[in-house]
Design a protein around this ligand. Structure first.
Ligand code: TPU
Length: 560
């Protein structure tokens, strides 16, 4: 414990107090003293990324496993590279505490032109840009105010489940300030507005009482609850069928008797589309109905039939109620929902087996997905990148406890490599599988080197299908075909003299099976399996979905 406390120590102790074990960083001269302070105070371990975009995605992935994350980068050249990842954390509702070094306070308002800036002396534009993708933006300009500003940013991030922004001038990181007090108020939820909560629960009970065919539709933002128990409790209380949205794969136990698969319009699990679209009451838990999720605006439950329980608002029968969190609403509704005859027995879930192929023939997409699925146990997290990896992950059968992470709202390719790393660092007791296409991989490939550096045993399935197949299925053109790499061969370069990553090629089912066996035995670093798949070989669901999304994209402008 340091003898005197500084702004950097204050931040450091707070990060430990909110339950972080690590923070992620890229060094630069505006944050070096801050990094020293974090190391000195030592509540969290300092881990490094190859660049700031990757650093942001790593933090985003860590927050998925751990509830929150922190990252430290330098001014402008670092922060502006990271803004895409902070957009992701905002879109996906993940509290990433984003910290940027800032100019020396003596340079603020002095007219000086600093390096790493756009060449004028107004240094406020970075915070201004981040204001749009964070829930609280704190630019610290004195050590006295730093504790309140740091606390405000962290508290708001944890409560709203959104990223926050803290800028610490390079000459204040080591300036003396008070030591943090107890963490209580930072972690506490806001007290629910009881009147509004009661009214919402009453309206929801009326909705449940008056509908004959109810179904629960689980959306991706339920991740913020930190547990599936409140959803299971509600399903058990109401006794109705449960479907999950594509982005919410694994957010309801697939072994539960009420589970009826993925609802994704035309590309739903068998029976799930009929179940949701014929229901007269759909209880939607924290859904995001964007163009992709609605298969090009084809499949959003009509407002008259939907109860939408969002993170901070419940809408039912044309009225909205706010002032409480989803967790409080679910807890109250699970207690008070009227008892009604269980309808869950009226329908069945028939999982579709993933087809196999003979071991010696060229590897197919189906055979790859089948073998990956066989590897999944109750302690597995699959990180699935934008592309056919989404559709492959979605058709897998998950034992209880298995988890799938996607980034379907933000959908920034390259996300998954650093996000899988962050998730694996945040939950080291789990088996981590990454499914990523070659096109996406080319954006953030070098972060595999950090998996090697930190000996993180992620099993990476790189799909080498020679292009942007998801885009080919939406709208084809020359721009969808990429330079081929020897992806597995990169591991030798990343290993250099001391790394223990394993790079393997799989051209047949037998080679893939053999590579998976080697991956299971390799605990000292990632195993990278390059799966060679023909460009035209993808899931049927991607083809079907791609056509609908293309149609939605090409709607002509409406004439007045
Ligand atoms: O399975 P597959 O072949 O579709 O995956 P792959 O090879 O990773 O291709 C992904 C292609 C793709 C692009 C180029 N998906 N979305 N995009 C558009 C895009 C461009 N830049 C960013 C940062 N994010 C995007 N989603």
């Amino acid at each position: 414990m340091p003898k005197t406390y500084t702004v950097g120590h204050y931040l450091s102790e707070r990060l430990g107090q909110i339950g972080l074990k690590d923070h992620f960083a890229v060094a630069g001269d505006f944050n070096l003293v801050l990094l020293d302070q974090l190391l000195e105070e030592g509540s969290t371990k300092q881990l490094y990324s190859c660049n700031e975009l990757n650093c942001g995605y790593t933090a985003e992935g860590y927050a998925r496993a751990n509830g929150a994350a922190a990252m430290i980068v330098t001014f402008n050249v670092g922060a502006l590279s990271a803004i895409n990842a902070i957009g992701s954390a905002y879109a996906e509702s993940l509290p990433v505490i984003f910290v940027s070094g800032g100019p020396n306070t003596n340079d603020q308002g002095s007219g000086h032109i600093l390096h790493h800036t756009i060449g004028n002396s107004n240094y406020g534009y970075q915070a201004e840009m981040f204001r749009h993708v964070t829930c609280a933006t704190e630019v610290i300009l004195s050590a006295e105010n730093a504790p309140a500003q740091i606390d405000n940013a962290i508290r708001t991030a944890l409560r709203t489940r959104k990223p926050c922004y803290i800028e610490i001038p390079c000459n204040l990181a080591g300036a003396e300030c008070v030591r943090p007090g107890p963490v209580g108020s930072l972690l506490a939820e806001t007290t629910p507005d009881k009147v509004s909560l009661d009214a919402a629960v009453k309206a929801a009970c009326d909705f449940i009482e008056t509908r004959k065919n109810l179904v629960i539709l689980v959306g991706s933002r339920v991740r913020t609850l930190g547990s599936l128990e409140p959803i299971v409790a509600l399903a058990d209380r109401i006794g109705c069928a449960v479907t999950v949205m594509g982005a919410a794969k694994s957010f309801f136990p697939e072994t539960h008797k009420a589970f009826r698969g993925v609802y994704w319009g035309e590309v739903s699990s068998p029976g799930a589309q009929e179940l949701v679209e014929k229901a007269d009451g759909v209880i939607c838990l924290a859904p995001i109905f964007n163009d992709y999720a609605t298969v090009g605006w084809q499949s959003k439950p009509p407002a008259s039939q939907a109860l939408i329980a969002d993170l901070a608002e419940v809408t039912v029968d044309g009225k909205s109620y706010a002032g409480f969190h989803l967790g409080a609403f679910l807890a109250a509704l699970s207690e008070k929902a009227p008892s009604r005859p269980a309808t869950v027995e009226n329908t069945k879930y028939t999982p579709v087996a993933i087809p196999s192929s003979a071991p010696g023939v060229p590897l197919t997409n189906d055979e790859m997905a089948r073998q990956i699925n066989a590897l999944v146990d109750g302690k597995t997290t699959i990180t699935a990148e934008t592309g056919d990896s989404w559709f492959n992950a979605i058709r897998m059968h998950l034992p209880e406890g298995a988890r799938v992470e996607t980034e379907m709202q933000w959908g920034s390719i390259g996300w998954s490599v650093p996000a899988a790393l962050g998730n694996a660092i945040g939950s080291p007791d789990r088996q981590h599988i990454l499914m990523v296409g070659d096109g996406s991989f080319q954006l953030t490939a070098q972060e595999v080197a950090q998996m090697i550096r930190y000996e993180v045993p992620v099993i990476v399935f790189l799909v080498n299908n020679r292009g942007y197949v998801i885009e080919i299925k939406i709208h084809d053109g020359n721009y969808n075909y990429i330079k081929n790499w020897d992806y597995a061969g990169l591991i030798k370069a990343f290993n250099a003299e001391d790394g223990q990553g394993l790079g393997l090629h799989a051209r047949t089912g037998a080679e893939l099976a053999d590579a998976i066996e080697k991956a299971k035995a390799n605990k000292k670093g990632p195993t990278f399996i390059e799966c060679h798949i023909a460009t035209e070989d993808c899931t049927d669901t991607l083809v079907q979905w791609g056509k609908k999304v293309a149609a939605a994209n090409s709607r002509p402008p409406q004439k007045n």
